[in-house]
Design a binder for this molecule. Sequence first.
Ligand SMILES: NC(=O)c1ccc[n+]([C@@H]2O[C@H](COP(=O)([O-])OP(=O)(O)OC[C@H]3O[C@@H](n4cnc5c(N)ncnc54)[C@H](OP(=O)(O)O)[C@@H]3O)[C@@H](O)[C@H]2O)c1
Length: 434
Amino acid sequence: MSPMSRADKPVRIGMLGCGVVGSEVARLLLADTEELSTRAGVKIELAAIAVRTIKPHEGINPAIFTTDPYSIVNDPEIDLIVEVMGGIEPAYELALLAIQNRKSIVTANKALLASHGAELFTAAYAQGEDIYYEASVAGAIPIIRPLRDSLVGDFVIRVMGIVNGTTNYILTKMHEDNKEFAVALKEAQDLGYAEADPTADVEGFDAAAKAAILSGLAFHTRVTVSDVYREGISQITLDDVQLAKSLGYVIKLLAIAELTPKDEISVRVHPVMLEKAHPLASVRDAFNAVFVEAESAGPLMFYGRGAGGAPTASAILGDILAVSRHIAHNSVGQRETDYADRDIAPIETTKTKFLIRLEVQDKSGVLAAIAQVFATQGVSIQTVDQNGRDADAELIIVTHLATEGELKATVDALKKMDIVSKVSSVIRVEGASA
Ligand SMILES: NC(=O)c1ccc[n+]([C@@H]2O[C@H](COP(=O)([O-])OP(=O)(O)OC[C@H]3O[C@@H](n4cnc5c(N)ncnc54)[C@H](OP(=O)(O)O)[C@@H]3O)[C@@H](O)[C@H]2O)c1
């Protein structure tokens, strides 16, 4: 079909889901259909919406709703599927079926892409269809296309992001208002930032799915969520946060993906003590940000709202217009590539600086004995601070770069020492000079 013949025919959109995100996509699309069509260079039409239970949506023609999503993906008159239903099944089956039926996909579903991205991309490219997913990582923030399109001529070294607004909100409240974790979590739930079951956010599962997507794109390799090392923030205490503050750090939950000296991908999600001078340290409340370092571009920072109906819908509309334009011109956009096929570095080999808090007996020779344990495991100490605590003392040790394996062996040995009453915390340290 020539581009000219298609231009008069609208691109017909079928949307799967009409919840927090989908209802905003519909609202924004219907409010400015004509102008958005002009920008896309082709008429765009919201033709069908699937939900579980049909209820009235202001401004949306009730006749376009259905409870049968398969009727949409099997409809030959639908060109583009916008998947905003979430979850893995039936979203995966529906997306695959849609691709087999020669439809392009726009999705916000990080869980789906972080588990089944490879199968979906392979199927879409075999059929000559697009999969666009800007909204799946960091909501409104353009980060997928910058990595996939703008930086495709560069070599990314590292991607480091605050990609979960709920945990960033909780940590901000702990840091700035001295709130305990449980109090800050309750506040996040009351504000609608956190789910009733906050596990996916606070234990880092949500961030891990996003880390898989970002690292795959950045390093031209298929990365799934099971490749991502993950720790959440539920073990972080107000004491840790206050200590970090006193030492010139903030505690953030970071998704980090970087190339190791062996050209493997180290991809992980965990809390870190981040130097205040780092650009990510000033990202507060529920905001997200992604910091990218590339060989030629140098450092880049992307900042904005990582969730919410309208911000997420903004990213989806951008994708809808881009894909509609491709459909109108019978073309496709830049694709993800997996040619590099890099290995994932085992977490034990990842090198970081660490802060370790220890409660020890306050008597002579303790420091020397502790230092000996570090030396035996090959972990070199950068600083030691000591606070008296009755009969005990608290030691705060910051290491030079050490592997996770060396650090774990050190902590295991410390725990066995009679003079150590408790290893209170072990937190990784990142930052401008880390
Ligand atoms: N919310 C955010 O801020 C945000 C940000 C970025 C990305 N995302 C992603 O966007 C997607 C949607 O999130 P959301 O917050 O909009 O979810 P949501 O409010 O729970 O909406 C889900 C929608 O999908 C429909 N649905 C679910 N399963 C269905 C099925 N089997 N058949 C037909 N319809 C079905 C639901 O129908 P009913 O209304 O009838 O239940 C509802 O309309 C998820 O992948 C999420 O990870 C969300």
